[in-house]
Design a binder for this molecule. Structure first.
Ligand code: SF4
Ligand code: SF4
Length: 483
């Protein structure tokens, strides 16, 4: 990239109410996608803009980049591209985005492009471009073929696994940095370790993010919601909104979500600390130091907005619906919308609307009640507005607490958190191979997370020769990418 130092620094008219930094997920092709994942309720957002092309114009692209860079008073800015499927915009659109970034980047500002994709269209040209401009790619994969293809299908209802693996091979060949973004859903929820090992051992992933699928519905909408969100002839289509206190049959169970994470954690804490980065594990450890890397488990939120292709800005990627539209960046500067009373209230409500159970919860400092979109269940006392995922979150945060505390103490003594693996091995040796496995499965340790751990029942891929992995941290976003 050309140096920005040739240009005079632009000082910014940040309004007093504007946050010094915030995160925006731009959807240059709106919610339009080239595949048809059954659980993807984002597909239904097409109905917000009927009869339109859903393609970001050059004027909106420039307004977005200029305003985002101008409104940041921090030296690092992330430009996050998402969808729908952003590769539908073609490469020239992103060449132009890079050009505009250089044009508007202020002296001393560094910009990271983050790009979430289903991988279907990735080829030599895309990956050479990503490598050249240091894009960080999020690749959506739900596990081995049998699990991935359950819901990640194309319009002809064919599984997409082989085509995604083709894209992954291009990423590897070009040495592009990638994170795996995996949804946790009804199909893969009981296979945490097999999914994790597939990413680690077969895809060579170093950074992994898990996103629970929670699709809300009401008694009136459940039947239609269970059929999916795409626009199929003869099928009634709903606009997904965060309403209703039921979930579709594809949604992850609450306890299953917790067990899925615990299953992976027990593997990770024995062999992968310091070499594989699972976003929620990092988030949990950092919370011990009062740092909240992810909006979902921060006390408040509201600094992770979504930008539609036409410049409409919404409170959050999960709330792209009429009541949460903040305005349009062509009419009102983005910084003003980000600091608006409406958006501040949205973020503060995350804290203020906690149930009594959450307020009294032992793991509240790391959980913080989870995402407001998932708060549609009853608490143990019958209070509404409690997190549907609570039992799983509580299980995970309680279970990992001792090891997380050990890692925090190691860090405080300038030691590597990876030393926890030796301590865990010593503990395992003391407990012996035939004690109950600490993951809570009910099986003997040796045959669960011990040395006779079962191998994956699923098929794999044959990785071709690829560039070696290089170290770079997942940028600390305020908003996880959607699927
Ligand atoms: S994902 Fe949830 S926690 Fe994060 S900004 Fe949106 S509503 Fe808030
Ligand atoms: S674990 Fe449950 S009760 Fe505790 S803070 Fe999280 S959602 Fe609330």
């Amino acid at each position: 990239m050309a140096s920005a130092s040739e240009r005079p620094p632009t000082q910014l008219p940040a309004s007093d109410d504007a946050p010094s930094a915030f995160h925006v997920m731009a959807k240059p092709s709106g919610s339009i996608c080239n595949i048809d994942c059954t659980y993807c309720f984002f597909l239904s957002k097409e109905a917000l803009y009927p009869n339109d092309k859903h393609r970001m114009s050059d004027a909106t692209l420039e307004a977005y980049i200029r305003q985002l860079l101008e409104s940041h008073r921090t030296p690092q800015v992330t430009l996050a591209w998402q969808g729908g499927e952003p590769t539908l915009m073609k490469l020239d659109f992103f060449r132009r985005a890079v050009e505009l970034t250089e044009k508007h980047r202020r002296s001393g500002q560094t910009v990271q492009h983050a790009f979430q994709t289903n991988g279907m269209l990735l080829d030599h040209d895309w990956c050479a471009f990503f490598k050249q401009h240091n894009f960080l790619i999020g690749l959506s994969v739900d596990g081995p073929r049998e699990l991935h293809d359950t819901y990640r299908r194309d319009r002809r209802q064919q599984g997409t696994f082989d085509r995604v693996m083709q894209g992954w091979r291009h990423l590897r060949r070009h040495g592009v940095e990638f994170n795996i973004l995996c949804t946790v859903n009804a199909a893969n929820q009981d296979h945490g370790r097999a999914v994790y090992r597939f990413f680690r051992d077969e895809l060579g992933a170093q950074w992994i993010q898990f996103i629970p699928i929670v699709e809300r519905a009401s008694a009136a909408t459940l039947e239609v919601a269970n059929q999916g969100w795409s626009d199929s002839p003869g099928r009634k289509r709903l606009l997904y909104t965060q309403t209703g206190n039921l979930v579709t049959e594809r949604s992850v169970g609450s306890a299953q979500y917790g067990r899925f994470l615990v299953d992976i954690f027990e593997e990770w804490v024995r062999r992968d600390v310091g070499s594989i980065y699972v976003q929620l594990f990092d988030v949990t450890l950092e919370a011990d130091f009062g740092r909240h890397l992810l909006c979902i488990h921060a006390p408040t939120c509201g600094q992770g907005m979504a930008l539609e292709y036409n410049g409409d800005l919404y409170a959050c990627d999960h709330f792209v619906e009429p009541g949460y539209r903040l305005g349009n960046i062509h009419a009102t500067p983005m910084s003003k919308l980000a600091g608006s009373p409406q958006q501040r209230k949205f973020g503060q409500d995350k804290h203020d609307a906690l149930t009594t159970q959450c307020r009294k919860c032992e793991v509240r400092s790391v959980c913080n009640g989870g995402c407001p979109k998932d708060r549609f269940a009853l608490s143990r006392d019958g209070e509404p507005g409690h997190n549907y995922l609570c039992s799983g979150l509580e299980l995970f945060f309680r279970h990992t607490r001792p090891a997380m505390r050990t890692m925090a103490q190691l860090l405080q003594h300038n030691r590597a958190p990876a030393d926890v693996m030796a301590l865990t091995a010593a503990q395992d040796a003391r407990g012996g191979p035939y004690r109950p496995c600490p993951c809570g499965s009910g099986r003997k340790f040796r045959f669960c997370h011990g040395d006779k751990a079962p191998s994956s029942p699923f098929s794999g891929v044959r990785p071709e020769a690829a560039e070696p992995r290089q170290g770079r941290a997942i940028p600390a976003g305020t908003q996880e990418a959607s699927d």
